[in-house]
Design a protein around this ligand. Structure first.
Ligand code: ASP
Length: 497
């Protein structure tokens, strides 16, 4: 399909999907299975694509020693662009200060919690008594209580239902995590909405994440990694296999030829899947909007967190429309408009699937077929990028964490901001290329600066939408990277493809 025809089809699909899901949410939800079918087609291609593209890409390098400089350049590009995006996010969130714009009522309703401004409470040790007040049934265990006129928070472990409510609280601390002394009585409490269990077991530190990323590089069982679509260990295996094959001379030839034709065949399949992209993308958008209750359900949620959402989107736009294009022009010597147009099928797929991994087949196709990136660079840079290069995710994590601090009335100093900078970069590296992975690894950033993990509840309602925006920027960052790195690789090499 010609690029213009495909693009027009995708835009029409998005428009139709938005209208259907936005105005007829039930119909939107009903067609979402078509979108999931599209994702399955893409996911079906990911593992064979990574293996074939990596093995044949490494063999095409000609000399395995060239892998070192290529790898170093790639990692340098990933880290520096991710750092630039985090800095953009931090500067914006500190300037706009979205956490301050919300009134206390807005903050509570954003949390989805319960506020009891007039209730009188009494504290004895680790017990909290509410005078003449009963709570709704759902507030029964493991919620976070904040005392309104103090900076103290605590977690309910159990409560007895009686005329006078009585809670066991697992210790009072200040909102910055330090132990708090609380006055024996006061007025007004807030009870936050509990988080789902995805976040409760998240006790990993930075060292744990680093160790996991390193351990995750080496598969203990290649087939298990393949079965679980775990791309990083497959990359390691394919790199090593390609490197060894290229040293075998004639003996390695048949296997190299096999992977090269497998690569061609997979790319043909990707081509075929692109024909159904307009319908798949449209159905995914209709389904997701439908699940969110259509425009009527989703827009009020978005407006409630308007300044936060706008800060994240403004940061993503600056990174995507200013920083990356500048790099593309300066270091990739490539015109931005044409490059972006050629990449747009991948970008729109990223927006609709919220998964860099599922988008990978299209990212590779756009880079190789339309933007002329050599297969040996694309085959190496893009699979790695889909798993560890996440500019959008890193920016979003930094903005979200600082926003949560602002809502809680905590000012982060230069040392804390440096920690946010480092951990957000790392948490993005550790996030898998799947929907809402960044939301889970954000716990690490919150913990590193001593913020309550419960703060995530504040931003949950709009996360599915921001996930789509940041995934698009992740894929855009990978694509620009492939072009820039390819140019330097071509300068260094003989220009062979
Ligand atoms: N969904 C994102 C991706 O696949 C990761 C995230 O930020 O949640 O790139």
């Amino acid at each position: 399909m010609k690029n213009n025809g495909l693009l027009a089809g995708i835009v029409a699909g998005i428009a139709a999907g938005s209208l259907l899901g936005g105005f007829a949410p039930e119909a939107g939800t009903a067609v979402s299975f078509i979108g999931h079918l599209f994702i399955r087609f893409l996911m079906m291609l990911v593992v064979p694509l990574v293996v074939a593209a990596m093995v044949s890409g490494v063999c095409k390098l000609g000399d395995v020693r060239k892998l070192g400089p290529l790898g170093l350049r790639t990692v340098f590009y990933y880290l520096s662009t991710t750092a630039l995006s985090v800095i953009t996010g931090i500067v914006l969130v500190l300037t706009i200060h979205p956490g301050k714009l919300s009134s206390p009522e807005e903050q509570v309703s954003a949390r989805g919690g319960l506020t009891l401004p007039d209730v009188t409470y009494r504290i004895e040790g680790n017990r909290l008594y509410l005078e003449n007040h009963r709570l709704p049934k759902e507030f029964s265990a493991s919620h976070t209580i904040c005392l309104n006129d103090q900076q103290a928070v605590g977690r309910i472990v159990s409560h007895l239902r009686s005329r006078t409510e009585h809670f066991e609280v697992s210790g009072w601390r200040q909102k910055n995590g330090k132990a708090a002394t609380v006055s024996p009585q006061g007025k007004g409490i807030t009870i936050d909405r509990p988080l789902d269990e995805r976040f409760s077991g998240e006790e990993r530190s930075i060292v744990d994440i680093l160790r996991e990323v390193l351990e995750g590089l080496v598969p203990s069982n290649l087939f298990r990694a393949m079965a679980e679509n775990d791309i990083l260990p497959i990359i390691t295996f394919s790199l090593l296999l390609g490197a060894v094959l290229s040293t075998l001379g004639e003996q390695g030839r048949p296997v190299i030829d096999f992977f090269q034709s497998l690569n061609e065949a997979i790319m043909k399949l990707v081509h075929l899947v692109m024909y159904v992209a307009p319908v798949g993308i449209g159905a995914l958008i209709a389904g997701r909007l439908g699940d969110a209750g259509g425009f009527a359900g989703f827009l009020p949620e978005l407006l409630k967190l308007g300044s936060y959402t706008l800060t994240v989107i403004a940061g993503l736009l600056i990174h995507a429309l200013v920083t990356l294009p500048l790099l593309l022009k300066l270091f990739g010597k490539t015109g931005v408009a044409g490059f972006a147009k050629n990449t747009s099928p991948a970008l729109l797929t990223a927006f609709s699937t919220a998964s860099s991994a599922a988008t990978l087949p299209l990212t590779v196709e756009c880079a190789e077929e339309k933007n002329g990136v050599s297969p040996r660079t694309a085959g190496f840079v893009l699979p790695l990028g889909a798993t560890i290069n996440m500019d959008g995710t890193a920016l979003y994590e930094a903005v979200a964490v600082i926003f949560i601090a602002q809502i809680n009335g905590i000012t982060l100093g230069i040392p804390e901001l440096s920690i946010v900078f480092l951990t957000a970069t790392l948490a993005a590296v550790g996030a898998a290329g799947i929907p809402e992975a960044g939301l889970v690894t954000m716990v690490l950033v919150l913990k590193a600066v001593g913020l309550p993990v419960e703060g995530i509840a504040l931003i949950l309602a709009v996360d599915w939408f921001l996930d789509r925006c940041r995934t698009t920027v992740n894929v855009w960052g990978d694509s620009v990277g492939a072009r820039i790195i390819d140019r330097y690789a071509n300068n260094m090499n003989d220009g062979a493809r």
